[in-house]
Design a protein around this ligand. Structure first.
Ligand code: V47
Ligand code: SF4
Length: 385
């Protein structure tokens, strides 16, 4: 069970913390929003125990003991990409496409058919930005998936992929997104956000859609009634103030539209890319970031730890630092992190594995749909199937 101190600010007043930190604890206790300056202070001075207690307190009253997961699989149409993000270990340039993969329509539909009769609820479609896979091609893919399996929620395409395919089709973002929605697209994943601030973005991924463009695409999706996720790639060259700037811009858009389902911090992995000389963040820093995200992003109900990238043990630890979602069972259909050096070389977890991992830390596993509708609550004694 999550223990909730009777009065957090009293606890922290007695500790040997920076004098400004107890005021933040008091705000958390009163369920008030913290400012950007306070968020920065947490990054600079909040030790793991402090930020962890606050995050756990918030997750406690928001989610009681529940931890969500979903049953999903990925389709990664290609890793050929016109962009050259320095942190990417996954993509291949078009001229080297023989080293990568390019799936045809039937090949992708075969992946969907493989799950016939299985209780998956979501397909996550994401990949490189291939110069020859256009809007029409993806609209056809989506409508064929929907025709075959109407119950499957289609979450697809990062704002980076969308920006490219819609611009190439010479449509406005609004019209392009409407076409995809009409074809059956239901939500957007959170990728491509990286770090919005241009001082960082211009170094790590200068040639793709900028932060303002990313936010515009998500705002457009929300205005069309679609939901989306938001990510932040952390632990490379960014400074704490860039993280706060990024999180603050997401928080503002969420105030405006309410369309984000969850926030997903993505830990930079350094194998096989042009930023391999940068050391990866420590687990303590990872956990501090999850906790501060939970405290700062007060209008994001769900905080997701993506276990294929973090590794399952660290992902399990995040459950004590504000996280309430572990993404999905996934199968082994994603390569983006195994190619960047994640411990999870062939990530797949059965529902039973996920439930065991959640039960082991005293939480209650709940299978959810993409929009966080509860599908099944797994009590400890119940057989998993
Ligand atoms: O935008 C690429 C990241 C993202 C590396 O919405 C890397 O449910 C770490 O966004 N080290 C794509 N990260 C994946 C993504 C995602 C994943 C899971 C769930 C959801 C969701 C979205 O992967 C990219 C980039 O930020 N990435 N290379 C790397 N070396
Ligand atoms: Fe392409 Fe995405 Fe890799 Fe950037 S992160 S190079 S956009 S596949």
């Amino acid at each position: 069970m999550i223990e909730q101190p009777m009065n957090l600010s009293e606890v922290f007043k007695q500790s040997h913390l920076d004098r400004q930190l107890p005021a933040i604890a008091e705000k958390v206790q009163n369920r008030e929003r913290i400012t950007e300056a306070e968020g920065l202070l947490l990054f600079e001075k909040g030790d793991l125990g402090f930020v962890g207690s606050l995050a756990n307190y918030i997750a406690g009253y928001q989610h009681h003991n529940k931890v969500y997961f979903n049953r999903n699989f990925h389709i990664e149409p290609t890793n050929v990409c016109v962009f050259t993000c320095n942190f990417c270990s996954y993509s291949r340039q078009y001229k080297h496409r023989d080293d990568g993969w390019e799936m045809g329509m039937e090949q992708m539909l075969d992946i969907v058919r493989k799950y016939d009769g299985q209780p998956v609820t979501e397909v996550h479609i994401v990949g490189g930005v291939h110069p020859k896979m256009n809007l029409e091609f993806f609209c056809e893919l989506i409508s064929k998936i929907k025709a075959h399996r109407p119950d499957l929620h289609i979450k697809g395409f990062t704002a980076v992929e969308l920006d490219y395919m819609i611009r190439k089709a010479k449509l406005s973002i609004e019209d392009g997104m409407q076409r995809l929605k009409d074809a059956g697209l239901q939500s957007l994943p959170g990728g491509g956000a990286e770090i919005f601030h241009p001082d960082v973005r211009n170094i790590i991924c200068a040639d793709k859609v900028d932060g303002t463009g990313w936010l515009h695409i998500h705002e457009t999706a929300h205005n069309l009634g679609m939901h989306s996720n938001a990510t932040m790639l952390y632990g490379h060259i960014e400074k704490y103030e860039h993280r706060i700037d990024h999180m603050s811009r997401l928080r503002q858009l969420q105030d405006k539209t309410g369309g984000f389902n969850c926030f997903i911090p993505l830990k930079f992995r350094n194998k096989g890319n042009d930023m391999s000389h940068i050391a990866e963040s420590t687990i303590v820093e990872d956990l501090r970031l999850y906790a501060i995200s939970r405290i700062f992003m007060d209008n994001f109900k769900n905080l997701k730890a993506y276990w294929p990238m973090l590794g399952r043990q660290t992902a399990q630890l995040t459950l004590s630092f504000g996280v309430n979602d572990l993404d999905g069972t996934i199968d082994d259909t994603t390569k983006i992190y195994s190619m960047a050096g994640s411990e999870e070389q062939s990530p797949s977890m059965s529902t039973e594995d996920l439930c065991d991992m959640i039960h082991a830390v005293g939480r209650i596993p709940v299978e959810r749909g993409t929009l966080y509708n509860e599908i099944k609550v797994y009590s400890e004694m119940e057989a998993v199937n």
